[in-house]
Design a protein around this ligand. Structure first.
Ligand SMILES: [Zn+2]
Length: 431
């Protein structure tokens, strides 16, 4: 058993691991109970009340943080998810330290995406079924078991009699899947710590970097005519095709210019992808309008303005080469869902600490990587100045999918890693 010099003398890692193992049945039952409460974005409150009650049962001081439009909409990171703001409460529980230690936020989101086509499920999405090592259900992987792991890491430490100088804050937020208003509300409320771990399903890999994502709309106007008189019209579809092709090339070019070994796939870091194309209203009419929408990724070293400019310039270049589009330029607009990238340096103490704890528990070196999607990490790193990593149980390929599930063994491993991380981080003095 290894203990870093920063850990208090009373810390016994084997005892903490044993405490986690002893709590395993309770942890699984608690995670199942959360999965059984449907908490699709906008309807998170019953599940939030359940976790608040659990926090209180551990003797933590619980603060209910409402998400208030009037407090959030002027914030530069505000992303309007169009869900009414009534009764969208976040829960922050504090395990108060004895003073003088480093503080840590452990953040997770309670909202889940809808189950989708129920005929694709072989399990009840809200059943919390357990079979072998798997816990099934919407949110099992993304990310109710992560929230449960945090709760039971603290409970195991309490059972082991651990007292720490630094504060541990457990955050259960709403609205992550739809833009992050929950985490933003905690930041606006003033919650800060020396570091943060977000329990996203990273398959127990550590992600200190995320890319950003923007939503764009391109409107192309043509001129309507009967299809039998095609030469008298201008098809918005035909005019759009070279734009679509240029955007595919832009995606390839942008990836060739950006190199970062932290990302698994060098060609899929900040992807540009068309999502919807709507044009025309009659089969034998030359269409006079096309509206396309898509997602533009933002590289970690790039600003939102730079990413937007790259796409707008590409559309402009195509338009300049075409007789019709030169006089009738396509219009690019940026619609809701604007996510900045976020980065914590890989040498940051929290990255090293989670890596150390992971290695101690699993016996294998931690794997660092960058995630090619938006998460709440960006809010902490850019708007609260808090070094943050994503680290949690579950494989993201099972998230948002039918028959979503998680490996219970991985949840237990994560709980042990979190417990050690808490002790090592909050047991050390402030810098
Ligand atoms: Zn998630």
């Amino acid at each position: 058993m290894s203990t870093s010099p920063a850990e208090p003398a009373s810390f016994d890692a084997a005892r903490i691991d044993a405490a986690v193992d002893a709590l395993r049945p309770d942890l699984v039952e608690f995670a199942r109970s959360l999965v059984r409460i449907p908490s699709v974005s906008g309807s998170e409150q019953d599940a939030q009340r359940a976790i608040a009650a659990k926090y209180e049962s551990l003797g933590l001081s619980v603060d209910i943080v409402p998400s208030l439009r009037e407090e959030l909409e002027s914030h530069p990171a505000f992303s309007d998810d169009a869900i009414p703001f009534v009764d969208r409460l976040n829960v922050v529980a504090r395990w108060k330290g004895t003073g003088g230690g480093r503080s840590l936020i452990l953040n997770g989101h309670m909202d889940v995406v809808p189950p989708g086509d129920l005929s694709k499920w072989t399990r009840d999405p809200w059943g919390g079924e357990v079979e072998g090592d798997r816990l099934y259900g919407r949110g099992a992987c993304d990310m109710k078991c992560g929230l449960a792991a945090v709760v039971f890491a603290v409970q195991a430490l309490q059972a082991g009699g651990v007292k720490l100088p630094g504060d541990v804050m457990l955050q259960s937020v709403i609205g992550e899947e739809s833009g992050g208003v929950g985490t933003l509300a905690t930041i606006v409320r003033g919650y800060r710590a020396d570091a943060c771990v977000i329990l996203e399903p990273m398959n127990l890999r550590i992600a200190p970097v995320q890319t950003g994502a923007l939503t764009f709309r391109i409107t192309v106007n043509g001129r309507a005519a009967h299809a039998c008189m095609k030469p008298h019209g201008v098809s918005a579809i035909t005019e759009f095709l070279p734009i679509a092709s240029a955007l595919e090339h832009l995606n390839v070019d942008r990836h060739q210019r950006y190199r970062d070994p932290l990302f698994d796939d060098p060609n899929n870091i900040a992807s540009l992808s068309l999502g919807t194309v709507h044009a025309g209203d009659w089969p034998s009419t030359v269409p006079d309008l096309l509206v396309a929408e898509g997602r533009l990724g933002v590289f970690p070293n790039e600003s939102v303005a730079e990413a937007r400019a790259a796409l707008e310039a590409t559309v402009r270049v195509v338009a300049a080469r075409r007789a019709w589009l030169k006089d009738n330029p396509p219009v690019v607009t940026w619609v809701e869902g604007q996510f900045e990238p976020g980065t914590t340096p890989i040498g940051a103490p929290i990255v090293e600490q989670v890596a150390t704890s992971h290695e101690e528990v699993t016996g294998t070196a931690a794997s660092l990587f960058g995630v090619p999607c938006g998460t709440d990490l960006r809010l902490f790193t850019r708007h609260a100045g808090i070094p943050t990593v994503l680290y949690g149980p579950g494989n993201i390929i099972h998230a948002h999918a039918a028959d979503e599930y998680i490996s219970i063994e991985q949840v237990i491993t994560c709980t042990k890693v979190l417990a050690r991380t808490i002790v090592a981080w909050c047991g050390a003095g402030t810098a």
